[in-house]
Design a protein around this ligand. Structure first.
Ligand code: ZN
Length: 326
């Protein structure tokens, strides 16, 4: 075989091997190429957050068939089961008797999905939260909630995978929370009735709307717990996007203080320090247009890489933060 024919053979073989994967990239939108169906987010070993995992999970959770994941709906239960299976696949144990912890409040009921990763020290606890519910269907329009909060849910799942691979010092309670959209009910239930008592050194890290950064991600909470400031500032320096501290001052103009705006609120009310990661509101916030196609994968990837680095840094610092306000 001459060299030319040999090269043709190699190229042909390469095309044959890659052919099954090439077809997925035919869609025009940045997110659609990852819409590869249920079960596609099966994790493999790696050491950094993987954008293909993140986009695959968002594509599933924010698919029209999930009907907006409204608390109490049948599809909300399907999502809870999907997250339960995902934790099981990662080898993460249930935090309580079962992964799924039902709760009720005056006006409804929901289900949190809770797993626990054992840390090497285990004296501190990071409660890693993201709400998986959204607002359902309104006037025939499905609100898919791709950024709010399929993005945070996908990020917690991907970060959990990396924490299993290289265990943190602190224990980590992986908490997919329900009923955020109807008054932070899942977080209230978790704080008032945790699967095990929270130790003295407990930190809530909450993710809600983390994909559409447009280059800037916010970390709120250091105003209330100043010891967190220098730890987060250390992350700012190496972040692949602009990480800003703020949105946590009580005297800020209307809407600028996010202290009570998501699931970290009940932790704060209970005196537990929190770091909330999120992006500025965008035009698709709480609209039927919050779809996976609007997510720019590179922005999402940079955001989750930053949050993951922050969690590793916070984990290392937690034993030194014993003077954190409680
Ligand atoms: Zn949200």
């Amino acid at each position: 075989m001459n060299l030319r024919l040999w090269l043709v053979g190699i190229v042909g073989l390469a095309l044959l091997v890659t052919a099954p994967f090439v077809g997925r990239r035919d869609e025009n939108s940045p997110g659609a190429q990852y819409d590869i169906g249920m079960g596609a987010a099966r994790p493999t070993k790696d050491t950094v957050p993987r954008i293909d995992h993140l986009m695959a999970t968002v594509s599933i959770l924010a698919h029209d068939s999930m009907m907006g994941r409204q608390v109490g709906s049948e599809v909300n239960g399907v999502v809870a089961q999907w997250l339960t299976d995902a934790l099981g696949d990662l080898g993460i144990a249930p935090a309580a008797e079962d992964y799924q912890v039902p709760f009720a409040w005056d006006g409804g009921s929901g289900t949190n999905v809770l797993g626990r990763i054992r840390g090497s020290e285990g004296t501190s606890l990071i409660v890693l939260t993201a709400h998986f519910d959204h607002v359902g269907v309104r006037e025939g329009e499905i609100f898919n909630g791709a950024d709010d909060n399929a993005s945070g849910t996908a990020a917690v799942l991907e970060i959990a995978r990396l924490l299993v691979e290289r265990p943190p010092a602190a224990d980590v309670l992986v908490a997919f929370l329900d009923a955020e959209e109807v008054g932070l009910q899942g977080a209230r239930a978790l704080v008032s009735d945790p699967p095990a008592p929270f130790p003295e050194s407990t930190l809530n890290v909450n993710l809600d709307m983390v994909a559409r950064s447009a280059g800037t991600l916010w970390a709120a909470g250091a105003y209330h717990t100043p010891a967190l400031g220098p730890v987060l500032e250390a992350v700012v320096t190496n972040a692949p996007l602009t990480l800003r501290l703020g949105h946590d001052r009580p005297n800020a103009p209307e809407g600028d203080d996010w202290t009570s705006s998501s699931d970290h609120g009940p932790f704060h009310e209970a005196g537990i320090p929190f770091v909330y990661f999120g992006v500025e509101d965008h035009p698709d916030y709480h609209r039927s247009t919050d779809d996976v196609e609007q997510i720019i994968p590179a922005e999402f990837e940079a955001s989750v890489a930053t949050i993951y680095a922050a969690i590793r840094t916070l984990d290392a610092a937690l034993p030194l933060l014993t003077t954190m306000s409680r």
